[in-house]
Structures are given as structure tokens and as C-alpha cells.
Design a protein around this ligand. Structure first.
Ligand SMILES: [Fe+2]
Ligand SMILES: [Fe+2]
Length: 395
């Protein structure tokens, strides 16, 4: 049976009130299972992040909403949450290292990876803001609740020159950056068919933005190779950011691919594949740029504080198909079944490896949410589980 959403007439902001309003609606719309089933899926903490739309829906809006399944709403809501998370982290990078950013030393260290890095950071930030704003606007236009994570903007900002002193959703100050995507995309194997991949570099407890002006004064020059303790620290931070950019965006590429397979509406599918294509574009761009941190002439930087070294991945014991830095296009890999020929594809794309829950779990292991409240985790995981549970309904 095709699920229909109940009409959207919630006017409350608290989870409790929302659930109670929903129950009233449910009794008024006896036999329509969508809303209650959806709320059960996200739980009360998940519901707290959803913004009710207008008290009354127009006839046209109600008609459009009827075209969206609960699954499509859950997919769009999780993607809106993911894009708010992306926007939050990219804004932190942009304030410090974007083309109009406020930390000259960080900009210079990023520019050692590529002179266009500050411009690309600003553009990537704009893209994420547009993704979040569009998804929420589309949800509202269809009579469904938008997603708002403002209550969770509680994490501290960097104290370095350039950073606004505002609450953040994400933490870029001590990351465990998973770099297995680097060896995955150079491999002919596929994690969806059981393969596992080693880290290209082990990045543990490393900041991706400057933390303060004491260890990294914003006026420090950033020659290649770095010529001071402060310059080495800042270069290691910028190199970490380079790998983190690619890590985030490859995650987006897999996430959108995974969720596209669960979409019912052709219009929602158009949205998911069209935004997903830009995540792939971002990934390819950052994959290229971060390779410059581990190629000559920049390779060899060591963080004086953590000991993290960025080796030359083109030289022994590295190099070859698995490490060569300019092999940035996806190597043809096994896909669907091992007896089919290898093909160059985005991978993974199975729910367990690339879906919404897998994405939040990966971001959590990245320490991107370090310091967040249990309620934050319950909320985003509830949205993630609802999105992963969506099923494609063709009629
Ligand atoms: Fe995005
Ligand atoms: Fe993105």
C-alpha cells in the first residue's frame, strides 16, 4: 500500500506538543498511517528538530504533499540535517581559510596545497548552504517539516584570529580523519563486496583549523618547507584540512548514491541525484588538492605537537597504484557481483556502508561531533534511521 502523509497542520515547537498535535491529527485522519509511523521512526528527540510548517495548508500544497511518501520526506529531512552539518563545518573552514577568511597564515598554508584553495573553500561553503536551504525550502513547499539543528549549536569556536565566537554544531579541533577512502578509490575491490582498505595516512587527534594565535600566530609566513615550529604546526593543520575536505565529500557522494535508491518521487530523485552530483564534484576536487600535501615539494611536514607526518606517498615504501597521488579518478572496481567486469563507480553505495546511519557513525568516529550532547546523537540518529528505512515505491 502506498503510504500517504497526513496533512501538515502542526503549530507547536516542543516534541511533546508535536506528538500530541499529531495524535489529534491521526484521529482526524483515521487510517492514514504516515505521520504516526514516521514519528515512531524518529522518536521524540528526532521530532524536536523538525520545524512545523504553517498552520494551514493550501489546497495546492496539500496536493503536492500527497505526492510525497513518508520515505521521501525522511530522506529529504535527513539530507537537510546532513547539509546543515556540512554547512557548519565548512563555515568554520571558510571564516579562517576561505578567500575572505581572517587568518592569513592558515590561508597561506592551505595555498601551499593549491593557490585556489581559499576560493574553493568559499565556493564549497556556498554550495553547502544552498543545499541545506533548498532541501528545507522544498520540504516546506511540499507541506512537510523542515529540519532545524540550532538547539545543538553548542560547541566552542576556535580562538584563532578569523573565527567568529559563536556556537557550532561540529568540532574541527581534534579529528581522527579516516583516509581509507584514498586507498579504496585506488583499489579494484569494493567495500560493498566485503573489501576493507588501509589508511593512506593515520591522522589521529589532529586539528583541521588553527586553535589559537599562541601556537599558530596569524601573521606567520608559510614557506615550503616550513621554517619554524609555528609554520610546521600550521602546515600540518592545513594538510589535515585537505584530507578532511575529501573525507567529508566522498561521504556525501556515497550517501546521496545510497539514498537515491530509496526515493519514490521522480522529482525527489531529481533533487537527490542533482545535489549528489555536486558532492561527487567536491570530492574529486579535494582528492586532487590533498594529494599535494603528500607529494613534492610539500611532502614531509611533521606536526611538532602531535608528531603526525605527511610522507611522500609517491616514494617508497609508498607509491604505486595504491598511493600515487595523481591517480585521483576512481579505479574500475568490482561492483554488484564479482563476476562482472570492473567499473569506475562511486562506492560504497549499500545502506550498511554508505547510508544515513553509516554516515553519522563515520562522522562520529571522525570526532566531528566531539562534545555534542546525547540528545544531538539521538536526534540525528533517529533522522538517519528513518531515512535508511525508506523504501522505493513505484506505482
Ligand atoms: Fe552538500
Ligand atoms: Fe558537500
Amino acid at each position: 500500500m502506498k503510504k500517504q502523509n497526513t496533512p501538515d497542520a502542526l503549530s507547536t515547537v516542543t516534541a511533546e506538543a508535536q506528538v500530541s498535535a499529531t495524535e489529534n491529527l491521526d484521529s482526524a485522519w483515521n487510517g492514514v498511517v504516515g505521520r504516526r509511523a514516521f514519528l515512531k521512526g524518529v522518536g521524540m528527540t528526532g521530532a524536536a528538530a523538525l520545524i512545523p510548517t504553517a498552520l494551514t495548508t493550501t489546497g495546492a500544497m496539500a496536493a503536492r504533499k500527497a505526492a510525497l511518501t513518508d520515505g521521501d520526506v525522511a530522506i529529504l529531512q535527513f539530507l537537510a540535517a546532513a547539509e546543515l552539518i556540512e554547512t557548519d563545518l565548512w563555515q568554520q573552514y571558510n571564516e579562517l581559510g576561505g578567500v575572505d577568511g581572517g587568518n592569513a597564515s592558515y590561508q597561506a598554508a592551505l595555498s601551499n596545497l593549491d593557490g585556489d584553495m581559499p576560493q574553493y573553500i568559499a565556493d564549497n561553503t556556498d554550495d553547502e548552504m544552498s543545499h541545506a536551504a533548498f532541501l528545507n525550502a522544498y520540504l516546506e513547499s511540499m507541506g512537510a517539516e523542515q529540519v532545524n539543528l540550532d538547539a545543538f549549536r553548542t560547541l566552542p569556536s576556535s580562538k584563532a584570529t578569523g573565527a567568529q565566537q559563536i556556537g557550532r554544531l561540529t568540532n574541527l579541533q581534534k579529528l581522527n580523519v579516516d583516509t581509507s577512502w584514498y586507498t579504496r578509490y585506488r583499489s579494484t575491490q569494493n567495500s560493498d563486496l566485503g573489501a576493507t582498505f588501509p589508511q593512506a595516512i593515520t591522522i589521529k587527534n589532529e586539528p583541521a583549523i588553527p586553535l589559537n594565535d599562541t601556537e599558530t600566530p596569524p601573521g606567520t609566513s608559510q614557506p615550503v618547507p616550513p621554517d619554524s615550529t609555528a609554520a610546521s604546526r600550521m602546515q600540518a593543520i592545513a594538510n589535515t584540512a585537505g584530507f578532511h575536505f575529501a573525507y567529508i565529500e566522498q561521504g556525501g557522494a556515497s550517501l546521496y548514491t545510497s539514498l537515491s535508491l530509496k526515493v519514490s518521487s521522480l522529482e525527489v530523485l531529481r533533487i537527490v541525484v542533482s545535489i549528489g552530483g555536486v558532492e561527487v564534484d567536491h570530492f574529486g576536487l579535494w582528492h586532487d588538492k590533498c594529494g599535494n600535501a603528500v607529494a613534492q615539494p610539500l611532502a614531509g611536514v611533521t606536526d611538532p605537537k602531535t608528531g603526525l607526518t605527511f610522507p611522500d606517498l609517491n616514494a617508497p615504501p609508498f607509491g604505486g597504484e595504491q598511493f600515487q597521488t595523481n591517480l585521483i579518478l576512481p579505479e574500475p572496481a568490482s561492483f554488484i557481483r564479482k563476476n562482472l567486469p570492473p567499473v569506475s563507480v562511486i562506492r560504497p553505495s549499500l545502506t550498511e556502508n554508505a547510508g544515513a546511519v553509516a554516515t553519522i557513525e563515520s562522522f562520529t568516529a571522525d570526532l566531528l561531533f566531539e562534545g555534542q550532547t546525547p540528545q544531538f546523537f539521538r536526534t540525528v540518529m533517529a533522522l538517519a534511521r528513518a531515512a535508511d528505512a525508506a523504501e522505493r515505491q513505484v506505482h
